[in-house]
Design a protein around this ligand. Sequence first.
Ligand SMILES: Cc1cc2nc3c(=O)[nH]c(=O)nc-3n(C[C@H](O)[C@H](O)[C@H](O)COP(=O)(O)OP(=O)(O)OC[C@H]3O[C@@H](n4cnc5c(N)ncnc54)[C@H](O)[C@@H]3O)c2cc1C
Length: 464
Amino acid sequence: MSTDKSVARAARKEVVDFEGKLIGPEDADYDEARKVYNAMIDKRPALIAQCSGPDDVAHIVAFARDHDLLVAVRGGGHNGAGLGTCDDGVVIDLSRLNGIEVDPQARTVRVGGGSTWGDVDRATNEHGLATPSGIISTTGVGGLTLGGGLGNLTRTHGLSIDNLLEAELVLASGEHVKASGEDNPDLYWAIRGGGGNFGVVTSFLFRLHEVDTVIAGPTFWPVELGAEVLSAYREFLPNAPRELNAFFAFATVPPGPPFPEEIHMRKVCGVISCYVGSEEDGAKALAPLLDALPEPLLPGTAPMPHPALQSAFDGVYPAGDQWYWRADFVKEIPDEAVEIHAKFGAELPTWKSTMHLYPIDGAAHDPSPSDTAWSYRDAQWGSVFAGVDPDPANVDVIRQWTVDYFDALHPFSAGGAYVNMMMDEGQERVRASYRDNYERLARVKSTYDPDNVFRVNQNIQPQA
Ligand SMILES: Cc1cc2nc3c(=O)[nH]c(=O)nc-3n(C[C@H](O)[C@H](O)[C@H](O)COP(=O)(O)OP(=O)(O)OC[C@H]3O[C@@H](n4cnc5c(N)ncnc54)[C@H](O)[C@@H]3O)c2cc1C
């Protein structure tokens, strides 16, 4: 815990050219500024540096190094494990770096390193365009992209990193560099999945695709049909066209509109789908799943602007809830695993708790496991078990359900997990998640951050 006021004072004195805002424990806005999305994370940095641009970032990196202070980098602050902040060190807060420039002719968007996806989705949708992001609009572009980026367009257009054309970074040395196919290609390879290990990304350039109105929404069945629905889904999804994105979920129907009152708070299972194309083709794409199952409780797909889908669940998941989650990559879901899912899915401990299976096929399978740092191109799904509740008194309950669910299914997993959905689970788990790419990542790390300045992340340790 930081009661140390001297760090912020020293920063104000020494970092004379700083154009953003420096906030220390004595400042009135300190408690607001140190909050992150997951209310289970309660860290007290010695300094929060809300940077205005790359030069600010470089000044603060140098200051932190001079004073031997731990450095955390905060994009959208959504990380479940709280890796956008730290105790006693310096938080490089990028929230002011949130500019967005769409180039409709070139079909690209340049995005500040501290932007959130909702702003990007809205800006690109004005031109009928989009780039793959996640499923909740308040998530940071920075963390989501650097860890990979799974979402409602993955099967159609790949992971977020598959659409990352270039990035600008401030390195641990303070140097400003570009990473792209031409500039520092080893760095470009590493940041596509390797997280915030290599530097602070101050801007991203993404490829855009024609995605405007999508045919999207939830299709839910009673949770009692969990095994039947999941069995049908595991057969259906791999054969579905790329234009269809459909993640499986166990969830509780939220207690409010637009959901019909008679099903409020019902535990359900089903898919949240997003078809990129016409309503008629979307219906055809989903039909084999619907034909294999009884009438759903909620047939919820409808045409909607892409940003409306991306923000549809923001109201259910505002900042400030308690989150505890675990994740695994999955290649197949055998019958035994289906039964385990059905059991835990029926026992969701709180109404916001959920389990998702995010598809990792279609366009996400186009690159090979070594084309980018993101190794699990041969997985079929990324599973995430998320215990969520607003009440801190329920932390133990949500944690226990999550860990028990994860433990029961881990034997059926592919080994590693999506780093963006891990808690702080140790080095072996990080290695398992990068597999054969880990050694190369460690070499790139020793080139760009040999002293491991950027270590508040799923850490790749520099090669000795
Ligand atoms: C409600 C919710 C929904 C989510 N949905 C999805 C989803 O649909 N798809 C998906 O793939 N993931 C999803 N995630 C996981 C998400 O990708 C990770 O939590 C990610 O770390 C969030 O990024 P952030 O910038 O908001 O986080 P932060 O907490 O700010 O940062 C997380 C990590 O990224 C690093 N980082 C962030 N920005 C930069 C930068 N510009 N330069 C260098 N390092 C940086 C930080 O140092 C830290 O290690 C979700 C998370 C939540 C809580």
